[in-house]
Every structure is written in structure tokens, then in C-alpha cells.
Design a protein around this ligand. Sequence first.
Ligand code: CO
Length: 273
Amino acid sequence: MIIIKTDAEVELMRKSALLVSQTLSEVAKMLKPGITTSYLDEFIGGYIRDHGAVPSFLNYHGYPFNSCISVNDVVVHGFPGEEELKDGDIVSIDVGVILNKWHGDHAYTFAIGEIPETAQQLIRVTKESLYKGIEKAVAGNRIGDVAFAIQQHTEKKNGYGVVRELVGHGLGQSMHEDPQVPNYGRKGTGIMLKDRMVLAIEPMINLGRKEVFTEADGWTVRTKDGSPSVHFEHDVCVRKNKADILSNYAPIEEAERKNANLFVSDQVPAGKS
Ligand code: CO
């Protein structure tokens, strides 16, 4: 059953989504080689609680951390730990909150220092594919239109592997509501989108093949071929003419630009070339 939200509920959900955006932008300021992912996870839990919310991932079906931090070939649901981030890593950070009973759940993939051109492109194309999917999230379209747009840009145009086993989802007072939002599919198929449905759209895209496996910890999902994987997620309200993106990458991107530890090879700071 798909739960349509009221305008007032959508505004509450925007607050939840923006708390996640704000949390991720604080994390973006801290990222540097040598920092451990468990340090980031503890910061995330504290920041969320300091803002009157609860980290929704903690204890979700037994998930043991505040956030999912997925490095390189980890696709999603990576466990934070004592491992240090290093120059050349790509790291997806996925954060969820419950604020005033409403969920926010979104993710961003960062490059640490200098990463290969192939990985830079994977990040750029996956983010673009998210926006191409969001463009289709308007009333009267079908879920397959969103899915097709994402698959077209990543798999068809760029030859990447689109993960099949994991999908986006409806979002509300539960983290996972109907409908499922796959990143692959055919135009004109699936349920019809209606005004004020709220969706978490989240392409998970591999540089290599689409196949993944789950580690013995029951959570960590990795690419079978060991290739890097990228994950971006936005919380989106379906509207009649143009989808309303409730989360916001602008503060995250600004923090990323200003963080000299995240500069990639083609963004050498002035005077340092
Ligand atoms: Co999600």
C-alpha cells in the first residue's frame, strides 16, 4: 500500500531530509586520509541526537551502527570500523534519521584525495543518473520511467553495472514503504506515480559487473568482481510538473569543495601545482 502524504507532512519530511543533508555536510568537512569510519559514525550519531532526532539505521533489523559507510568495492551497508580512509578511496555515506516521527534517508559518495579518472567518472555519472531519475518522478509517470532513466544513463550509455538486488523505496513514518524503486526497468511499466508520494531514489552503480554478494556479517554488500561502487540517494516528493527534492546536496557539495583534503587531481588548489 502506497501512503500519500499531506502537504504538511511533506514539510515535516523536508525537515528530516535536511537534517540528513546537514549531517552529511558536517561529515564532508571532516573527511581526510587517516580518519576512521567509526569516528565518523560516532560523530553522525551524536550530531543527529543533538538535533532532537534519532539515527534510524541503529537497530533496524539489528543493524549495529548509526550509519552505513561503504568504501570502494562495498556497495552499501558497510560497517563503520577502525579502518582508516586513505588517499584514493571512494566512500559512500548513508544516513537516516527519525525527526518528529518522520524519516529522512539519503546518501552521498565522496572521493578521498586523488582517485582514478574511471572512479571520478563513475561518481559523476551515478549522480547525474539520480537527477535523470528524479526528472521522471512526476505524477502520471510510472515507476518504470524513473528506473529506465537511471539504467539508460549508467548501463546503456556508460557500460556500468546496475545492482539488481537492492532498490529504492517509499519513505514516510517507516523507512521502507511501498513502492520499491528499482534502478533498472522498462518505460511505462510499474505503478503510476501520484502527487505527494515520497520516494527515496538511490542508484547503486558498479564500475564493473552488476553482480554483488553479502558478506558473512549479513550486511556488507560488495561487488563480486571487486570493482568500485557508487551510491547516491535523495528523498523526493512526486509533484504534478516537477519533483520536489526534499534533501539537498548543495551544503554537502560546498563542504566538499572547501575541504582541501578532498581535492582530486584536476582541482589543484592555487599555488600548489
Ligand atoms: Co534508502
